[in-house]
Design a protein around this ligand. Structure first.
Ligand code: SF4
Length: 367
């Protein structure tokens, strides 16, 4: 049995974990005791993340659509993808990366799009815009005297939740804003502001809350209804010398945002509606965009599993998951952490960067 250090891929907090392997197979995880972010703790999603590696639906070889999706080989599937990419004008091609991809994979995808002249590129960022203000760090959570939270941070980002509880034990006042009647975060808060929208909070309640904010306060923004709202929370923090941490979903959301344009769901739909060929790397967008994806003439995906998006695709390339490649993830506080390859990808799967380079090579594009 072997323990190898890696970063948890299940959310944007960036906890350190150890992957337990036995005879080159992932069998579990163990929290990394000395890791400053999670101090030897991990949540259920973190403990179970090795399931991504052993998942039954892992794709072991490329697939192409004939009457249905069937197994293929690298040559045939690459040739098909390349001939289709060549048959469309750059403005008919949309390219979508992911906050699950490493920084290096996002860079190579961007270079590929630039070489093609394809300007329709981005990654699904929920409602978060790119931002360049300084964020607080994770130690600020437990050291704050007042914490304003949007969304259910305790449930979605449990290791930040742990720090919120520590802050509460140290006497901090916690106010949460959200829509449902009850949330885990709301239950531990001193005040739960149930609102119809974040906009409603900003219009009706923000001024009152502003009087509570000072240099020992922190704003944790995990829920937004649109991109503009983040700047309003930033202004609340800036006016009061409070700290602010925007919390995006995926392990490399912050890194992807620095490389690819962040797209909201509406922006994604608008972009995809105008495309004839779509190339998706690293995200299962079918549940979110199913009908929109069906309108695209030709869909190429890179995926670790035969998920819903893969099933809608014309070509699917099998990709490596996080411990099967080397690269880096940037967590919510801007900390860029390396991940090393621990296991070989299964079957004929390859890491996303290699697949993009193989397509580029066939197109005689020099990346
Ligand atoms: S809080 Fe996030 S990064 Fe940390 S163990 Fe849980 S899922 Fe993984």
């Amino acid at each position: 049995m072997k323990l190898t250090h890696t970063i948890c891929p299940s959310c944007s907090v960036g906890c350190g974990i150890n992957l337990i392997t036995q005879k080159q197979e992932a069998v579990g995880t163990y929290p990394y005791k000395r890791y400053p972010i999670n101090e030897g703790k991990s949540c259920k999603k973190g403990r179970e993340c090795y399931g991504m590696i052993t998942e039954e639906k892992r794709l072991l070889n490329p697939h192409i659509k004939k009457t249905s999706l069937v197994g293929s080989n690298w040559d045939e599937s690459l040739n098909l993808a390349v001939s289709k990419i060549k048959s469309y004008e750059p403005e008919e091609i949309g390219i979508i990366g992911s906050g699950n991809c490493t920084n290096e994979e996002c860079e190579i995808l961007k270079k590929f799009a630039t070489s093609l002249g394809a300007e329709n590129i981005g990654y699904p960022a929920g409602n978060f815009p790119n931002f360049d203000f300084e964020t607080g760090n994770l130690n600020d959570v437990e050291n704050s005297q007042f914490i304003l939270i949007t969304g259910n941070v305790l449930k979605e980002y449990p290791l930040i939740g742990r720090k919120i509880i520590l802050a509460k034990e140290n006497g901090a006042e916690i106010i949460t804003i959200d829509y449902p009647q009850k949330t885990t975060t709301g239950m531990i808060s001193d005040q739960y502001i149930q609102t119809e929208s974040i906009r409603q909070f900003l219009d009706d309640e923000a001024e009152k809350i502003q009087t509570k904010l000072n240099e020992s306060s922190l704003i944790l923004v995990s829920k937004l209804d649109n991109k503009e709202e983040l700047e309003e929370f930033h202004q609340m923090a800036a006016k009061s010398n409070s700290k602010i941490i925007p919390i995006m979903k995926e392990c490399n959301s912050r890194g992807a945002m620095n490389i690819l344009p962040p797209l909201s769901e509406d922006e994604l739909k608008t972009m995809i509606n105008g495309m004839n060929l779509l190339y998706i790397v690293g995200d299962d967008l079918a549940s979110q965009l199913g009908e929109t994806l069906k309108k695209v003439d030709f869909l190429i995906t890179q995926s670790t599993t035969l998920n819903q998006t893969a099933l809608l695709s014309d070509v699917v390339f099998p990709s490596a998951c996080w411990v099967e490649k080397t690269g880096s993830f940037t967590n919510i506080t801007g900390n860029t952490q390396k991940v090393q390859q621990i296991l070989p990808p299964p079957g004929e799967a390859m890491d996303d960067a290699t697949i993009i380079m193989k397509i580029a090579e066939k197109m005689e594009i020099d990346l």
